[in-house]
Design a protein around this ligand. Structure first.
Ligand code: ATP
Ligand code: MG
Length: 562
């Protein structure tokens, strides 16, 4: 694991202010946080925010950070997700050392505590269906209706609960409910369900359990068992806090402090696990790690670095306000990093043949190219140059508008690291389409220097046609055209906003040095963007590149589309 602590900043936030106060008042002696994912999907950038926040706080206070699987629901959870989550958390650099826990390992202990509540007369077995429970819960400002089973004797409750645990009742037929207050202003306090009958095997426990705890019953206990000091969660759990407190108070066990913050919403994507699963299952994307997905595995495959994701999380900070962060904020995090660290290369994505008519036939020169203008230590490399070149189609216009400083008939441009050239002739095919441009080069301008007084505004990247090689390059764009796909107008499905142009595959011509690029290699294609050799599809000698981000943000373009 890389040294992730290096990218941390000591930025403060409202959560740290609460912790500072707790520590100075002696409420807690140290700091112990956790990340508690449910293994029912792959992690996404929202989870990254929670991981970086929790782990970062543990780092800042010299405390501890746990990874805990909240694996209380056997019907949607799978081992595949557990594996991917561990991999993603480690990749992000959040070090949980040997503290990896599973809520399912606490099932026994939770059951004992549930029995304790029954014995105290604080929990009862209820025969109502889920639908009836919901109906009788009432509304805000309107009390609920008590269950006819509410006043069962402790003895009867113990018996029935034991039978539930043995699997003697059908799924969903009975629940164990906390006996709190059916008229409580907070709906979460109206006799919430603690256990339901689900006679399904669990991915780690096998067929041992016939009842499973609800999130509300289990979550606070998990934090309590692990001695978590600050239980940091998203805003929707604010209303559940009184319930967690009630459980822990009734049981007389250790209490963490819960602090809520606003979840991350990112523009032009969706973050709900259900929707991400749907995109994968129905083939709208090529799997959980499709580089267009907001999943950690997708971002990793796109070419994002762990440090760029951590800086993004630090940059956006934490608040109590639910907003949407624009996707360019995330892209800028990787741009800023790769601008400093990535070597430059030349690649032509949409080629147009360019012939230097006065350049000797069969001659090759080695042009010296700077690997990274931001980092002298990256050194230089040689790029072959010859009579036949490729330039980008968009760098030539036969009838250019006024401010077009690239190539057009009669005009001069500089070829990066090579010569100043002048467009002499346009060669067209039978349909009148430009097939080739013929130029002359000025041999006195080697290296690209313009003699005194000569104004050459445009500099183009190029590759030498006989030396370049063809490679698959994938140009990715936002997955959804709408900034908030969940809110597309008229109640239409979020999938209607899928961007048909989110993946474009081109056969590009790359400079020969890229032939050695192994999966995992990152670089800047000059004037194009940052690219990543796909770790799955690249083979030695035939790299496949994913575009991580364009050079400048294309935000203006995205806004126009909306
Ligand atoms: P579910 O709907 O399945 O509960 P979830 O996204 O809440 O989805 P969890 O596995 O419960 O998934 O999330 C693990 C942790 O990540 C929780 O503590 C949750 O608060 C946090 N988390 C989830 N989504 C976000 C988000 N968008 N921003 C910040 N934190 C998040
Ligand atoms: Mg959740």
């Amino acid at each position: 694991m890389e040294n992730a602590g290096e990218t941390r900043t000591a930025k403060t936030n409202f959560i740290k202010e609460i912790i500072d106060r707790d520590l100075s008042e002696g409420k807690f002696n140290g700091v112990h946080t956790r990340f508690p994912p449910e293994p029912n999907g792959y992690l996404h950038i929202g989870h990254a925010k929670s991981i970086v926040l929790n782990w970062g706080i543990a780092c800042d206070y010299n405390g501890k950070f746990n990874l805990r699987f909240d694996d209380t629901n056997p019907s949607k959870e799978e081992e595949e997700y557990v594996k991917s989550i561990i991999e993603d958390v480690k990749w992000l650099g959040a070090d949980f050392e040997d503290r990896i826990f599973y809520a399912s390992d606490y099932f026994e202990k939770m059951l004992e505590l549930a029995v304790e509540l029954i014995k105290k007369g604080k929990a009862y077995v209820c025969d109502l269906s889920a639908e009836e429970v919901r109906k009788m819960r009432g509304k805000p400002g309107e009390p609920g209706v008590e269950s006819p089973c509410r006043n069962r004797s402790v003895k009867e409750n113990l018996n029935l609960f034991e039978q539930m645990c043995k699997g003697e009742f059908p799924d969903g037929s009975r629940t164990l409910r906390a006996k709190i207050d059916m008229a409580h202003p907070n709906l979460n306090m109206r006799d919430p369900v603690m256990y339901r009958v689900v006679r399904k095997p669990h991915h780690r426990q096998g067929g041992k359990w016939k009842v499973y705890p609800t999130y509300d019953w289990a979550h606070g206990l998990e934090d309590s068992f692990e001695g978590i000091t600050h239980s940091i969660c998203t805003l929707e759990f604010e209303d559940h806090r009184p319930l967690y407190d009630w459980f822990l108070d009734e049981l007389g066990v250790y209490h963490p402090r819960q602090i809520e913050f606003a979840r991350l919403n990112l523009g032009n994507t969706v973050m709900s696990k259900r929707k991400l699963l749907e995109l994968v299952k129905e083939g709208y994307v090529d799997g959980w790690d499709d580089p267009r997905m907001p999943t950690i595995s997708g971002l990793r495959r796109r070419g994002y670095t762990p440090s760029s994701i951590r800086s993004f999380c630090e940059e956006i900070g934490v608040s109590k306000y639910n907003g949407v962060i624009d996707i360019w904020v995330l892209e800028n995090a990787i741009r800023n990093e790769l601008n400093k660290t990535a070597e430059r290369r030349m690649a032509v994505l949409d080629p147009l043949k360019l012939v230097l008519t006065n350049y000797p036939e069969g001659k090759t020169e080695e042009m010296e190219a700077v690997n990274n203008p931001e980092d002298e230590a990256a050194g230089k490399r040689k790029v072959p140059f010859s009579k036949d070149l490729y330039i980008e189609k968009s760098d030539f216009m036969e009838n250019p508008p006024k401010k077009f400083f690239r190539l057009s008939p009669g005009k001069e441009v500089r070829l990066r690291y090579a010569y100043i050239i002048k467009c002499e002739k346009v060669v067209k095919d039978g349909n009148g389409k430009v097939k080739e441009v013929h130029c002359s080069y000025d041999s006195s301008t080697r290296g690209g220097d313009a003699p005194n007084g000569r104004k050459v505004r445009g500099t183009l990247h190029w590759v030498s046609a006989p030396h370049a090689f063809k490679a698959e390059v994938r140009l990715y764009d936002v997955l959804f055209t709408s900034r908030e796909p969940d809110k597309v107008e008229g109640g239409r499905d979020y999938k209607e906003s899928l961007n048909p142009g989110s993946k474009k595959v081109v056969n590009a011509f790359l400079e020969p040095s890229l032939k050695d690029a192994r999966g995992g290699f990152r670089c800047q294609f000059e004037r194009q963007g940052y690219f990543f050799a796909d770790p799955k599809d690249s083979k030695p000698g035939t790299p496949v590149f994913n575009r991580i981000a364009t050079l400048k943000d294309s935000w203006a373009k995205i806004m126009k589309r909306n």
